[in-house]
Design a protein around this ligand. Structure first.
Ligand SMILES: *[C@@H]1O[C@H](CO)[C@@H](O)[C@H](O)[C@H]1NC(C)=O
Ligand SMILES: *[C@@H]1O[C@H](CO)[C@@H](O)[C@H](O)[C@H]1NC(C)=O
Ligand SMILES: *[C@@H]1O[C@H](CO)[C@@H](O)[C@H](O)[C@H]1NC(C)=O
Ligand SMILES: *[C@@H]1O[C@H](CO)[C@@H](O)[C@H](O)[C@H]1NC(C)=O
Ligand SMILES: CC(=O)N[C@H]1CO[C@H](CO)[C@@H](O)[C@@H]1O
Ligand SMILES: [Cu+2]
Length: 566
């Protein structure tokens, strides 16, 4: 028996440049889309084994057996141990984890960035970074504010910086989190360079009761992202913006030509005819994935990004937005063949963009060993997983209107994206009471689906309704920027869209459909513990943020401060 003393687990994680190969501090010669496609298409699919997440890959990083090793940014407890994705942090509910983050990144970035969007530019050079634990319920000082960045050896720090050691209290329900860079204006480039990793919160008593597949063989992460590569294996990010007279580099969405799972392009995994648990996390910059399995297999969804579902939902397809997580069980004993492809059918940008081709349409392959599993599969998916998740507006103290805008230049090219017509550094307007519940009516006035992410709080969409006379509403909003004055209730009378059963759970990402009003119940308390208040001061500086998790949108500036008050 573990003694009930206050327990803390401490570790130091270095953030560094790993691998070999050319440094891209200097701009490489321009490359065409066709060449990038050619590089991706030249990679044979399903020849690299799916890497284990917590295992360390070593110092050189090869995204495919046929690609030369290349320079990346990586997390690791030492230079030798740094990997992409970084080491998975395994935490136990009730035991806080303290992590000291150290910046060992080089003097110049390996990818292009854009000084014309609000960006951190340290006076003395160096690549700034700050780490956010996505989905974590932690005090503001440990939340990784976009302005709490720090340079190598803490030579320079952002205005919100206060400490190098972060405390993650691990008080929330067990589940799937991840950590990544959150630096103002550099998030898209820093994540693209490799600053992504998983974090699992386990609850031994609860997990034992659940009896889902366990152990490093049968409980696996699938961290999915898309990247393009030069012929020399280095990572590609366009040096030219869509709207270069305004933003020389910034583009509204990054889409890579190859799909990477756990650090390998189109890998394979040998599986037995039994149940496996997959914690699928989409860490793409902008690509949505509509995932399905061939040869008769389906997903049994047991959890989303912040919670377990009340009961499992079996589905043929899950739509994963950037930064969204699904926790699923796949029973390979029901396969009708000896292999199954994890496929992707989501257009990009989602939902009205290009259909995936035969490259983008595949994620990875499972090779299924015929015959009985080596040991009988005693795991099961319980009929009931967690208390009911029904969200209700009863008890909500306030309704806010949150409107998403994309601004175009005269040539109709994207120049920036704002929430409520405000930039990140405009004074805070969302000041919920710590402990309260609110209703957020989120109105999407853009053509894209936006994965809205909130720090600290958990939320759940309860109604998605299309707007009628969108143009009239948009014209009014352009003049007044006030949803109530523009009669949003009168306009939100269109068809009601379905919210899939496996998304009816407490989440930290809600997908916001274009042309719709999405009603979201937001809990600024521990909703799964009967709305208990946070056991720390959530109102202290520097506060939190909420933002679109398409990183290219977040950086330019679909992000707003969130300041809890007493
Ligand atoms: C880079 O962006 C520019 C501007 O949008 C575009 O013309 C060019 O095709 C892009 N390059 C690639 C390789 O996608
Ligand atoms: C991953 O997330 C990105 C944006 O955050 C999204 O565009 C993309 O569709 C997502 N992919 C999957 C497989 O969900
Ligand atoms: C921009 O879009 C508007 C509305 O669709 C159109 O009327 C206008 O002609 C476009 N301008 C350019 C320069 O394409
Ligand atoms: C709001 O819009 C609806 C539908 O367009 C209309 O019937 C109603 O009169 C409007 N209400 C106000 C206060 O303008
Ligand atoms: C009200 C509004 O502007 N809605 C926009 C939402 O997105 C669609 C594209 O799917 C646009 O056509 C609408 O104008
Ligand atoms: Cu967005």
């Amino acid at each position: 028996m573990r003694r009930k003393t206050k327990m803390v687990w401490e570790l130091i994680i270095l953030i560094m440049m790993g691998g070999c190969g050319m440094s891209m501090a200097q701009q490489p010669p321009p490359v065409s889309e066709a060449v990038l496609h050619q590089v991706a298409a030249s990679l044979q699919m399903h020849v690299d084994k799916l890497p284990h997440m917590p295992k360390l890959f070593g110092y050189t990083l090869k995204f495919h057996r046929n690609l030369p090793a290349t320079t990346v940014f990586a997390y690791g407890t030492s230079a030798q141990a740094a990997t992409v994705p970084g080491p998975t942090i395994e935490s136990i509910r009730g035991v806080s984890t303290r992590v000291t983050w150290e910046n060992h990144l080089p003097h110049s970035h390996i990818l292009p960035w854009d000084p014309t969007i609000p960006t951190t530019i340290p006076k003395h050079g160096g690549v700034p970074t700050v780490v956010h634990l996505h989905g974590g319920v932690q005090p503001p000082e440990s939340d990784g504010s976009a302005l709490a960045w720090f340079n190598s050896d803490f030579k320079e720090t952002g205005p919100a910086w206060s400490r190098s050691t972060y405390t993650y209290p691990n008080i929330q329900h067990s589940g799937n989190l991840w950590y990544h860079d959150h630096t103002l204006g550099l998030t898209r480039a820093n994540l693209l360079a490799g600053l992504i990793a998983a974090y699992v919160l386990r609850d031994p008593a609860f997990d034992a009761k659940m009896n889902l597949p366990v152990g490093p063989k049968f409980d696996r992460h699938l961290m999915i992202f898309d990247r393009s590569f030069y012929k020399d294996g280095s990572l590609y990010l366009n040096y030219t913006g869509d709207n270069p007279t305004i933003h020389p580099q910034w583009q509204p969405e990054y889409f890579g030509e190859a799909i990477i799972v756990n650090g390998k392009a189109w890998p394979y995994l040998r599986v037995q005819r039994r149940k496996y648990r997959f914690r699928i996390i989409n860490v793409s910059n902008a690509r949505y994935y509509g995932l399905a399995l061939t040869n008769g297999l389906s997903f049994t969804v047991v959890g989303s990004d912040s919670s377990y579902l009340p009961s499992p939902v079996t589905t043929q397809r899950i739509l994963l937005s950037p930064a969204e997580t699904f926790d699923v069980v796949v029973d390979f004993s029901t396969a009708t063949a000896t292999e199954s492809i994890l496929t992707n059918d989501a257009p990009y940008p989602y939902p009205t963009g290009t259909q995936p081709d035969q490259l983008m349409g595949q994620v990875m392959k499972f090779i299924i060993k015929p015959g009985a599993p080596s040991r009988p599969d005693t795991s099961r998916v319980p009929a009931s997983l967690a208390p009911s998740q029904a969200a209700t507006i009863v008890g909500a103290s306030l309704t806010r209107y949150i409107t998403l805008y994309e601004y175009l230049s005269k040539a109709n090219l994207s120049s920036h994206l704002y929430i409520n017509g405000k930039s990140f550094l405009d004074p805070v307007t969302e000041t919920p009471k710590s402990g309260s519940t609110e209703v957020w009516e989120v109105i999407n006035l853009t053509g894209d689906n936006h994965p809205l992410h909130i720090h600290l709080a958990t939320f759940q969409a309860i109604r998605v309704q299309q707007l009628v006379d969108e143009q009239g509403f948009l014209n009014c909003m352009t003049r007044k920027n006030n949803a109530v004055a523009c009669n949003v209730t009168g306009h939100a009378t269109g068809p009601i869209l379905d919210i899939p059963a496996h998304e009816r759970a407490w989440k930290n990402i809600v997908k916001i459909e274009p042309g719709c009003k999405t009603t979201v119940v937001v809990h600024f308390n521990l909703v799964e513990q009967n709305n208990a208040p946070y056991p720390f001061d959530a109102t202290s500086a520097p506060g939190y943020v909420y933002h679109c998790h398409i990183l290219d949108h977040e950086d330019n500036e679909m992000i707003r401060p969130l300041k809890l008050v007493k």
